[in-house]
Ligand binder design. Structure first.
Ligand code: ACO
Length: 311
């Protein structure tokens, strides 16, 4: 009977139908969605930290307002995504506990430091650019609540990408010192941005099932290539050099060829040993403790309201 259910589920997904929270789904489907969506939520929340570092030092009031709005958007994305995880039957408290204990993963990219203002430009341009490449396909993911959250998130990500590219334009077309800052940020963020897409397809243990069930609609390598093809002309327009001597247009493939990725660095970062992993988790733990009284007050208020409703 289980086999029949699985077949029916596959047909349903193959027919481009959305799976909703109360529908039957294979346990492995539920499990991998909980894994991916919670990691995604954590990434949004931890992702606020490297940029928040620059809010008070943004070079003008306009830049400050824009960055503040962007960082607030990331918090909102985290909240939609924690809600999406809850539809799969896991409490968000448990999900957050897994982040704070170091058990859950979040995107490798947020374990790198933001050393100069140009890093804020590079993050918007490259990191949010990579996030969009990955998340546009997730608007068509088979799980309804995740797909719907992604539509709004992608709209906001496009604004983030543009604010980043606009900072890069200002710097790249500015003084020689500003241009050098932009180049330095590109040098440091390029390779980690390519790693965001995850291991290459032949080393990606979750891909086979996720593709079969249409959770992922494009493979890690396909998306990485799309991102590179889209970004190279943007770097050329800025007059900046991508730090990859092997980068070259391949007429036959219709894509850019690129040099080897340092996977050792990637695995090192995702196992907790990147340059800022400890700092990021410490900051999240501190924020969680400092917010405890707010959560308790909100819960007490909700209980009081529920009692009043009964009366
Ligand atoms: N950072 C941290 N961990 C990663 C990364 C990364 N960049 N890429 C892959 N991994 C982890 C996977 O989570 C998986 O770990 P797990 O099995 O312990 O959970 C392992 O490496 C192997 O990778 P895959 O089998 O390729 O995993 P998966 O099929 O889940 O693909 C991907 C990874 C592409 C990141 C997918 O999970 C995804 O599309 N997630 C949603 C998007 C997302 O999370 N974006 C966050 C950054 S964007 C932003 O927040 C602005």
């Amino acid at each position: 009977e289980e086999k029949e259910m699985l077949e029916r589920f596959q047909q349903y997904v193959d027919g481009e139908n959305k799976v909703e929270p109360k529908d039957w789904m294979p346990e492995a489907y539920r499990k991998t969605l909980i894994r991916q969506i919670s990691q995604h939520a954590h990434s949004e929340v931890v992702g606020m930290l490297p940029e928040a570092n620059w809010i008070t030092r943004a070079p003008s009031l306009r830049r400050k307002i824009t960055l503040l709005a962007k960082v607030q958007d990331e918090a909102g994305h985290g909240l939609y995504l924690y809600s999406a995880v809850e539809t799969l039957g896991v409490k968000r408290e448990k999900t957050i506990e897994d982040l704070l204990s170091g058990k859950a993963k979040y995107s490798s990219i947020f374990n790198y430091p933001t050393l100069t203002w140009a890093d804020i430009g590079a993050i918007g341009w490259l990191v949010d650019g990579a996030a969009i490449a990955n998340q546009v396909m997730l608007c068509r993911t088979s799980y309804g609540p995740y797909a719907r959250a992604m539509v709004r998130i992608c709209k906001e990500e496009s604004f983030h990408q543009r604010q980043g590219y606009e900072i890069m334009m200002t710097l790249a077309f500015g003084t020689p010192e500003q241009k050098a800052m932009a180049q330095d940020a590109l040098n440091r963020w390029w390779w980690p941005s390519l790693m965001m897409f995850g291991p290459s397809d032949d080393n990606s243990p979750n891909s086979a099932l996720s593709m079969k069930w249409k959770i992922k609609r494009k493979s890690n390598d396909e998306l990485r290539q799309e991102f590179i093809d889209k970004t190279v002309p943007q770097a050329e327009y800025l007059g900046l050099t991508i730090p990859d001597p092997h980068l070259k247009w391949n007429e036959e493939r219709g894509h850019y060829d690129f040099g080897p990725i340092e996977w050792e660095e990637f695995y090192n970062v995702i196992s907790g040993n990147g340059p800022c992993n400890k700092q990021r988790l410490d900051a999240r733990r501190k924020a969680h403790e400092e917010g405890r009284w707010v959560r308790e007050a909100a819960a007490a208020f909700a209980r009081k309201r529920a009692m009043e409703m009964q009366e």
